[in-house]
Structures are given as structure tokens and as C-alpha cells.
Design a protein around this ligand. Structure first.
Ligand code: KIV
Length: 266
């Protein structure tokens, strides 16, 4: 299978074929996502929560994102690799934002970056796109704004919030993003945004009317159980299975049942 490109993602929308996106943060998880034929592997700053065990994405650094994106890029043969720009890597200074976005391509093998925000970040998106770096937008619930938003809450429920999200989605498209993540907004609003934009919409907690869907891999696999948002569907219970295996290993080492001759050298 040839490598998936940005134009392939646009073509899928034009042909009415759904776009699949999952996160991955290291070599083995990226291999699984890539071999399964997922279109886009997002190295999300959600790694702060599901890999580093922090209770928000805010402390994640550029160097950590580059480290994880490198591992993912090494594993991926087909999927498009998108690196997530962490908090304060693009908000303070436009030139710094372009340099940081460029690091994902230059040092980590990503093909695009994602950043959160709408109207407030359009000039930053424009500058990154002008440098030849494809950008994915992210509006609605933007976890890097968790404190300003008062928590991880569904967005766009009242008229003013609805209008703001519509304006944000329109603004990021005009600034040149190739797709936009819609997070935790009512399905009807996501449908309206999809009808308004020409770029693909990728939903997470935004209902079935988006052009594609994204989930955090550790949620889908049942590897992260601190909390499970309503929009997550678990397709496996890998934590339970891993726990069972590790407990069995402990029991066998303690009882002397492992190792046997089969695992020993003559
Ligand atoms: O960081 C992340 O994994 C994300 C997705 C949930 C869209 O931004």
C-alpha cells in the first residue's frame, strides 16, 4: 500500500468515504494502527494523560512530543503521521510556532501537525502553512484550554457558544488547514459545520455526521481506565488481559513453574 498523503485525505471526503484516525505514541502502538490500515496516526498530546499519567495535557513538552513522534514514524509504513503541537509551543510567538511545527517534520518524520484553537490562532496557522507544513485544526473542546473552559465539558450548547465554534471552524479552514478535529460538540452542530466546510471534519464526541472519526487508542483498547468519556467505545479490555498475564507470570515464578526446560539452555 502506498503512503497516505494529504490529497488522499481530501479525496476520501470528496468520494464520501469515511476517514479513520487513531492516536499512537510509540513503536508497537503505531505498528498496530498502521497495519490495521488507519488513515491517520495522530501522536496526540493526550499522551500526557494516557502514557505519562498526568491529569491534563498542559505539561507535555516539545521535546517529549518529538521523542514520541520519532518512535511512531519509525513504525509507520502507510498512515499519514500527524504530530500534535503541545501547549505553549505555538501560542506565544509566531516564528517560534513555525520552528516548532517544522521540528515535527525535520526531526521526527511527521507529515503534518495539529494545533488547537480557532479565530485566535489563524495567523499562526497561516504562517505554518506558508512554511509548507500541513496543519490539522482542532475546535470545540480544546483540552489545552481546560482551565479557561472550566473543565472537559461539551461545547457549543448555547447560541453564543455555537456561533463561536462555527466562526472558529470557518476561520481555520480559511487559514489553510487540511482537516479539522471537532471535539465534544452536539451532533447537529457537527453536521452543520460539515455542511459549511469543504475540508474534512474529524469527530471525537461530535456524532456520526463527521467525515471521519478519531479516538485515543488507549481508550479504544481498554488500556486507560482512570475515566472513560461518554464518546469512547471500548473495543477490547487489554488492561484486564495484561493484568491476568502478569499475575500468572508472578504465580509461576513463585511456584517454580516458570522457567521449564523449554525456556532454558543446554
Ligand atoms: O491529543 C489528542 O489525542 C487529541 C485527539 C483526542 C484529537 O487531540
Amino acid at each position: 500500500m502506498p503512503k497516505i498523503t494529504i490529497p488522499d485525505i481530501s479525496t476520501k471526503k470528496a468520494e464520501g468515504r469515511k476517514i479513520t484516525v487513531l492516536t499512537a505514541y510509540d513503536f508497537p502502538t503505531a505498528q498496530i494502527v498502521d497495519e490495521a490500515g488507519i488513515d491517520i496516526v495522530l501522536v496526540g498530546d493526550s499522551l500526557g494523560m494516557v502514557v505519562q499519567g498526568i491529569d491534563s495535557t498542559l505539561p507535555v513538552t516539545m521535546d517529549e512530543m518529538i521523542y514520541h513522534t520519532r518512535m511512531v514514524s519509525r513504525a509507520v509504513k502507510t498512515s499519514l503521521v500527524v504530530g500534535d503541537m503541545p501547549f505553549l509551543s505555538y501560542q506565544a510567538d509566531r516564528a517560534e510556532a513555525v520552528r516548532n511545527a517544522g521540528r515535527f517534520l525535520k526531526e521526527a518524520g511527521a507529515e503534518a501537525v495539529k494545533l488547537e484553537g480557532g479565530v485566535a490562532v489563524v495567523e499562526t496557522i497561516r504562517a505554518i502553512v506558508a512554511a509548507g507544513i500541513p496543519v490539522m485544526g482542532h475546535v470545540g473542546l480544546t483540552p489545552q484550554h481546560v482551565h479557561a473552559l472550566g473543565g472537559y465539558k461539551v461545547q457549543g450548547r448555547d447560541e453564543a457558544a455555537r456561533e463561536k465554534i462555527l466562526a472558529d471552524a470557518r476561520a481555520v479552514q480559511e487559514a489553510g488547514v487540511f482537516a479539522v478535529v471537532l471535539e465534544a460538540i452536539p451532533s447537529a452542530l457537527a453536521r452543520e459545520i460539515g455542511g459549511m466546510l469543504s475540508i474534512p471534519t474529524i469527530g471525537i464526541g461530535a456524532g456520526p455526521h463527521c467525515d471521519g472519526q478519531v479516538l485515543v487508542l488507549h481508550d479504544l483498547l481498554g488500556l486507560f481506565d482512570r475515566f472513560t468519556p461518554k464518546f469512547v467505545k471500548r473495543y477490547a479490555s487489554l488492561k484486564d488481559e495484561a493484568l491476568r498475564a502478569v499475575k500468572e507470570y508472578k504465580k509461576e515464578v513463585e511456584s517454580g513453574a516458570f522457567p521449564t526446560d523449554e525456556q532454558s539452555f543446554k
